[in-house]
Each structure stands twice: as structure tokens, then as C-alpha cells.
Design a binder for this molecule. Structure first.
Ligand code: FES
Length: 351
């Protein structure tokens, strides 16, 4: 084995010689194939070029081209530039198809050196570069096939780059179904938010203030007894008596007497002193009303006779109802000095 590389002229001469021998001589028998190798080896420069493997020997231009295409994995490496420029992706370098004689010869040299176990500089570069420059999947393909493969790859990338969400038109056509929640859950979720809690608190405070104002606007009324009230029948009040049954509660005496103008009548006397408004007391033993304040005294019929009282006691209205009951009406006042005791509403005649 020698390290001397065959020149282009030597290789071409060898190829022409082989072609001429193949054209003139009859097809060699299988046994004579082996004898051709020593013949080639007898040439002056043959020993350095003779490959160790008979299959690597080129036989014709067509065979050489076929061998190169078959060994497409080597051709790109041999034809590729020695080193990619900085910043250029290594995987982006396409496999170059041999175009000229120089490319073919370089491939033959690389192939021959590899077969003979020689490590020429080009082969070493190829081996060194090969691990770094990954052989593309399109090695050995024609440019048209590589372009088609690239287009297919870009189509795959385009499909994978599509958004995961369905298109808007399709989503619009499909009805959006929201999860159904119960009313208590929704209500609890609403009232638990700070916004609604603040409004609820403010509403409660406002309501309490409204109730307080409404109560303040309502006066503390004192329930008064009605001015009219039933006191009973005529038989409940005997002649010559003064009933104090309604003095404390209603402020009236019920008097049955005939001492005034000789008429047997029943009437109601107010228990208010005509002096300064004190409440006299009925003294049954003395048959008079006696005021404790200034000593005014009144007869059983209400006529004043002693003390500072300027006038008789006043009567209030009294009527006999259809039901036979006497009814007092304190809204009516009758004064004797004014001649009002003659009013039929101021007494009830008996008999
Ligand atoms: Fe009755 Fe003066 S108030 S006497």
C-alpha cells in the first residue's frame, strides 16, 4: 500500500484503458476476471490506485456515476464545503449532487482511499465532519425530490402550528353550555362578595334609621275615654241619692233629685269646682258638695251657696237611649246661670 494519490490523468488513463479492453476483448469469463486485476496492477502507477475491494473498481463512466449515486451518503460529504460559515445551521446544508468531473474524481478518491484503508486528508476531513454534519434524510435524492420533501415538511409544521382552539366560526355554531348551579349556591356566592356585603350592611343601617325616624314622627298619644258612655238604667239611681260610681273614672256625679224646680229628674253634674277647678267631695251626711281647696259648698242640685265659687256646678249631657240605658255625653256643657239647665239634653225626666 502506498500513500501516493493517483492523479486525474492517471485515473482517466486507467478508465480509458479499461473501457478499451472491455470493448475489444470478448466478455471475460468469471475466471479471467481475477487475472485482469494483476494486469492492471502491472501498470507503473497501478499499485497505488488498486483498491483492495474488487467491487470498488470503476468500469465505465456510467458505472462510476451509478456508484456515486449509490454512495450518495459519501458524495455530499466530499462535495460539501470544508466548514460551514459561522451562524449557518449545519442541518440546513442540502446534499449536493455531483455535477462535474472534479466532483466525480473527488468522490472516487475518497471512496478508493476508504476502501484501501488509506486515510487521505479529504477522507479524514470527511470523517471528522460527518459526525458534526448530520446526513440529512434527503441524502441520495434529486433536488426535485428534496424540494418536495421540504414542502411536505413545511406542511407538517404548518399543521402542527395550528391553534389548539377550534375556529371561531365553528365555535359560534356550537351552543355554549355553562355548568348549572343551584340558586342557593349562586345567592351565597353573591352575598359573600365584599361589594354585596357592603351594600347589604348599608341597606340594613338605612332601614334602621328609617324605622327610628318613623317612630319619632308618631306622637306618644294618650288614649282618652270616649265622651259618651253608658251608666245604666233609671232604676240604678234612686231618688234623693248622688252616685259617685263614675266620679273617679269619668269626673261626674249621677244625681236623682226633685229639689230643683220641683221636677223629678236625673242629671249628671261635673265634679270640677267652678272656683279654681278643684274636685269637691260629696258629703252625704250634710247633703252637700264641699271643695277642699277654698271651702266652697254646693247643694245636692249643684247650686253654690258658700265659699268663693262664683256659680253653680255644670251639668253634662244625659239622654235615655232606646235600649233603656242612660248615656252621658261629656262633650255637652250646660250652665245654670245661662239658663241652659232647661235644655232637655241636660236631664232625664223620671215618671
Ligand atoms: Fe273650689 Fe276654690 S277651687 S273653692
Amino acid at each position: 500500500m502506498t500513500d501516493k494519490k493517483p492523479s486525474t490523468a492517471e485515473i482517466m488513463a486507467m478508465l480509458r484503458k479499461k473501457s478499451a479492453e472491455g470493448a475489444s476483448a470478448p466478455p471475460p469469463a468469471p475466471a479471467t476476471e481475477a487475472s485482469a486485476v494483476p494486469a492492471a496492477a502491472s501498470a507503473p502507477a497501478e499499485p497505488a490506485v488498486t483498491p483492495a475491494t474488487p467491487a470498488a473498481k470503476p468500469k465505465g463512466t456510467a458505472d462510476i456515476m451509478a456508484a456515486i449515486r449509490a454512495k450518495g451518503a459519501i458524495a455530499p460529504v466530499a462535495a460539501a464545503p470544508p466548514a460551514p460559515a459561522a451562524g449557518t445551521p449545519a442541518s440546513g446544508t442540502p446534499a449536493a449532487k455531483p455535477k462535474g468531473t472534479s466532483d466525480i474524481m473527488a468522490a472516487i478518491r475518497a471512496k478508493g482511499a476508504a476502501a484501501a484503508g488509506v486515510a487521505p486528508a479529504a477522507a479524514s476531513v470527511a470523517v471528522a465532519v460527518a459526525p458534526k454534519v448530520a446526513a440529512p434524510a434527503s441524502a441520495g435524492k434529486s433536488p426535485a425530490e428534496m424540494i418536495q420533501a421540504m414542502r411536505a415538511g413545511s406542511a407538517v409544521v404548518t399543521e402542527s402550528a395550528k391553534p389548539k382552539f377550534p375556529p371561531k366560526s365553528a365555535a359560534a355554531g356550537k351552543k355554549q353550555e355553562l355548568p348549572r348551579r343551584s340558586f342557593p349556591a349562586v345567592f351565597f356566592e353573591l352575598i359573600c362578595t365584599p361589594y354585596y356585603m357592603a351594600w347589604t350592611l348599608m341597606s340594613a343601617i338605612g332601614g334602621l334609621w328609617g324605622l327610628g325616624i318613623a317612630r319619632f314622627m308618631m306622637p306618644n298619644t294618650v288614649l282618652e275615654l270616649p265622651s259618651k258612655f253608658k251608666i245604666g238604667s233609671l232604676g240604678d239611681f234612686p231618688l234623693g241619692t248622688v252616685s259617685e260610681k263614675f266620679k273617679a273614672s269619668r269626673g261626674v256625679w249621677i244625681v236623682h233629685t226633685d229639689s230643683y224646680d220641683g221636677q223629678n229628674v236625673v242629671y249628671a253634674l261635673s265634679s270640677v269646682c267652678t272656683h279654681l277647678g278643684c274636685t269637691p267631695s260629696w258629703l252625704d251626711a250634710e247633703q252637700k258638695y264641699k271643695c277642699p281647696c277654698h271651702g266652697s259648698g254646693f247643694y245636692i242640685n249643684g247650686i253654690n251657696f258658700e265659699g268663693p265659687a262664683p256659680r253653680p256646678l255644670e251639668r253634662v249631657g244625659l239622654v235615655l237611649g232606646a235600649d233603656g240605658l242612660l248615656e252621658v255625653d261629656k262633650s255637652l256643657k250646660f250652665q245654670e246661670e245661662l239658663g241652659q239647665w232647661t235644655d232637655p239634653k241636660s236631664f232625664v225626666r223620671v215618671g
